[in-house]
Each structure stands twice: as C-alpha cells, then as structure tokens.
Design a protein around this ligand. Structure first.
Ligand code: 3PG
Length: 215
C-alpha cells in the first residue's frame, strides 16, 4: 500500500458525469470542450482510440485550461509520457497492469484504474488506488455488482462506465460507493461529425440536471 499523487481520491472536477470521447477530427476537440462546459460538465475523457487523440488533448489543454482533461483508454506504459506531454492531467484505463502503475507512479500522473472483479479491486487497492473505473459496468453486473462489492470492500469507490445512460445514471449515483459515472452518450458520433455543439450542450445539461437532482 502506498500513498502518492497518482491515487485519485478526490478529483478536482465537479461533474459527476465523465464523457467518454472518441474523436475522429482533432478540430472538434475545442468546440466540444466549450459545449460540455456550457452544459455544466468540466471533465473530458479523450480516449486514445483514434489517431488524433493526442492532438485533441493538446488542443484542449492549450485553449480550454478550465477543462479537467483526462486521457482514456491508456493501456500501455509508454502511453503515459505521451498523454502527459500532450497536456492530460489524469489518465483512465479499462484495466490495470503493473507496468501501467509503475509508469503513472514515476510520472506522478493521477490515474483511475479499471477493475471488474473483487480481486482486481483488491489489487488496485494494494497499489493505493481507492477510486476505480468499473468497466464494463453493465456487463460486470451493474448496480447489483456495485452493491455486492460495497459490502466486503466499502473503501473502494467507483466510476462505472459501460451501459450508463440518462435512464439509469441516477440509480448508479445513488449508491454510496459510486463517485461518478462515465459514458459515451454525451458525445454521439453523428453530433460530433456534424459539429452539432448545441445538441451536445443539451445532452450535458440534461445529465448535469440529473446528477444535481440526485445530490
Ligand atoms: C467505453 O469505453 O467505450 C465506455 O465504456 C463507454 O461505454 P458506453 O458507450 O456504454 O457509454
């Protein structure tokens, strides 16, 4: 068990919804960041699932410093330096490997590891992490799984991602061990392709209102 700056217990962002973003065009990153902020969301998870991800992170870091900028789908140790150099201030992963933990720790990069089983939660906790991404949340058992994990592992807190939507996000956020939720519904591919920032702001507003109503 170690205590260090990579263990993200209290993220600085206020939104309890983390948009999981796959960008096909780096030029969309800055208007998207503004659209999300306008809708009350001050965090982005820009995933390393496209060739333009690093460019997109760099653009937001430069132009929208008030946005809390996470790099998502960080699955290899070598990616840690790349996302830091691009300007990400934290990273998330669908899983957790020793190599990744070593890399984020050496770089002092706050990190939210992905977990799906009790042993993975315990392993992440052994590394000092208490905030984890439950991924894929619905396939892992969703609400029932989170309740079940809460009994033996009450100190673990989660960001369930995968299958979360406006229809169920309040149920997730009502659980004592859910700190926030993540999902792709806020940034639909067609809205991004069309540059429909008003639609994204509206989706963000709706999500923000749901999380506030739940608080
Ligand atoms: C992902 O990494 O793709 C997330 O789990 C998003 O899942 P969702 O599309 O179900 O929100």
């Amino acid at each position: 068990m170690t205590s260090n700056t990579t263990c993200f217990t209290r993220p600085a962002f206020t939104s309890r919804v983390v948009p999981v973003i796959v960008l096909g065009d780096a030029a969309h990153a800055v208007p998207l960041a503004h659209a999300l902020l306008e809708g009350g969301i001050d965090v982005m998870e820009i995933t390393l699932r496209s060739d333009v991800a690093l460019q997109a992170i760099e653009a937001v870091a430069r132009a929208v410093p008030e946005m809390h900028l996470g790099a998502g789908t960080v699955t290899r140790a070598a990616e840690v330096r790349l996302v830091i150099d691009a300007g990400a201030t934290f990273a998330l992963s669908p899983g957790c490997t020793d190599a990744l933990v070593d890399a984020v720790r050496s770089a002092h990069l706050p990190f939210i590891p992905g977990v799906m089983t009790p042993s993975e939660v315990m392993r992440a906790r052994d590394h000092g992490f208490t905030l984890m991404k439950l991924f894929p949340a619905t396939q892992a058992g969703g609400i029932g799984m989170l309740k079940a994990l809460g009994a033996p592992l009450p100190d673990a807190r989660f960001c369930p991602t995968g299958g979360v939507s406006p229809d169920n996000l309040r149920d997730f956020l009502a659980l004592p061990n859910v700190a926030m939720v993540g999902g792709s519904w806020l940034t639909p591919a067609d809205a991004l392709a069309q540059g429909d920032w008003a639609r994204i702001t509206q989706l963000a507003r709706t999500a923000t209102a749901l999380t506030t109503a739940n608080a």
